[in-house]
Design a protein. Structure first.
Length: 412
């Protein structure tokens, strides 16, 4: 047996082919009339073969109709297609919203000769407005006719809302002697906060994998990536991450608890993490991406919570925009985390510049050096609690006037 997870190729750059890299996956995106022409607003992902499917969904209790429908269809276990519109969230739309989401699935199923429960549905955009379902139904036949192996970039563009850039990632590796590919697209720029927020992620792989293994791998990957990102602390109604596995790699079926499963999980996490970082870099009004690392915590849960409390602090985020280390704000956030700490053991550093050691500032020279670090577009804040051996990290962004301006004028 070949060593599981030996990597032949890893493509996680802006030039990645995303979903277009996965054998047996056809994709496209078109303008259907939801947005102003010529903006793409309707995407379709289709597997030429039967798949194993898994999904992770928003924890917001005001779930949108597409989330409810897609949860049902994922449970049915025979998903072959994903249709997603942008420009309208189909959320808080009552019974009509559910009917419209089902109508999207039915129209797509009819055009692809599938059953409705083989189609997952996604929507993103303005909340509370009825979905223009007739426009979507009219557009579906043309959407299907444009499916092709190289259509991933148009699909990635068609799911965007306030995003400035498309988000794609892919990786190829050897698992159990067979070449396995994972590709994906995502959208998200605002309302980004665990557990997932105005964030859609659509992934596909040619791996042969049992359902429980895929579900476990996806849950882990999302926890390490999309749920470790915060832009503005808001959680949306429509979030989902879906993964389709069509088995065309002809590998031995990946099962829960095996070396092959662990290798697949690592690859899936890499793709998800790359997409999550792209979301951070594309955050509304973002000028900086900050990795917040918490070391020497008592438990990993404490480390994650501490990182999130600091990373979502409005005072911290505005200080980062102002390129001011202002470590007092960080200490204040640490203190209100409701985690037992010993302030005289805490150290803080921006990249390699320590600004606090054993709870006390290291002086003006360090603050000046830290200011230079904060001029960068990406850097790391390390919080050493000095209490244990556990650690975790998240990614966050600064908070700029541009974020306020954009959301003040976002139409309802």
């Amino acid at each position: 047996m070949h060593r599981s997870g030996r990597r032949r190729h890893l493509s996680l750059s802006a030039k990645t082919r995303g979903l277009s890299s996965v054998p047996g996956i056809l994709t496209t995106g078109i303008h259907s009339g939801i947005k102003r022409a010529p903006e793409l607003d309707l995407a379709l992902i289709f597997s030429t073969h039967e798949t194993t499917a898994a999904g992770v969904f928003t924890t917001n209790r005001c779930t949108a109709a597409p989330v409810d429908i897609t949860r049902r269809h994922i449970r049915a276990g025979k998903v072959r297609a994903i249709i997603c519109n942008s420009g309208n969230a189909n959320a808080c739309t009552g019974q009509r919203g559910l009917s419209d989401a089902l109508a999207m699935a039915h129209a797509t199923a009819e055009a692809l000769d599938l059953k409705p429960n083989q189609v997952c549905v996604g929507s993103t955009g303005i909340i509370g407005k009825p979905l223009p379902i007739q426009r979507i139904q009219k557009a579906v036949p043309g959407l299907v006719s444009r499916l092709k192996p190289s259509g991933g970039r148009n699909a990635a563009r068609a799911i965007l809302t306030t995003d400035a850039h498309i988000k794609e990632a892919s990786t190829t590796a050897t698992i159990s002697g067979k070449r396995v590919t994972i590709g994906g697209i995502a959208k998200g720029a605002g309302m980004i906060h665990p557990n997932m927020a105005t964030m859609l992620g659509y992934l596909a792989t040619d791996a042969e994998i049992e359902r429980t293994a895929l579900e476990s791998a996806l849950k882990f990957a999302v926890g390490e990536s999309f749920n470790a990102v915060s832009i503005d602390g808001e959680t949306s109604t429509n979030d989902m991450v879906l993964c389709l596995a069509n088995g065309l790699a002809n590998n031995s079926r990946i099962r829960l608890g095996t070396a092959a499963m662990r290798a697949f999980q690592r690859l899936l996490t890499e793709v998800c993490l790359n997409l999550a970082k792209q979301i951070c870099h594309d955050g509304e009004g973002t000028t900086k991406v900050i990795q917040v690392v918490v070391n020497r915590a008592r438990t990993r849960r404490d480390a994650k919570k501490m990182a999130m409390v600091v990373g979502t602090s409005t005072l911290f985020k505005t200080a980062m925009f102002g390129q001011d280390p202002n470590w007092g704000r960080i200490m204040a956030a640490i203190g209100r985390s409701n985690i037992a700490i010993k302030p005289d053991r805490i150290s803080l550093a921006f990249d390699t510049v320590t600004v606090v050691k054993k709870g006390i500032g290291t002086g003006i020279a360090s603050d000046r050096a830290a200011k230079k670090v904060l001029r960068q577009k990406e850097f790391t804040l390390t919080i050493d609690l000095g209490l244990g051996q556990e650690h975790d990290r998240i990614w966050t962004t600064d908070l700029s006037p541009a974020y306020v301006a954009l959301n003040a004028h976002y139409s309802t």
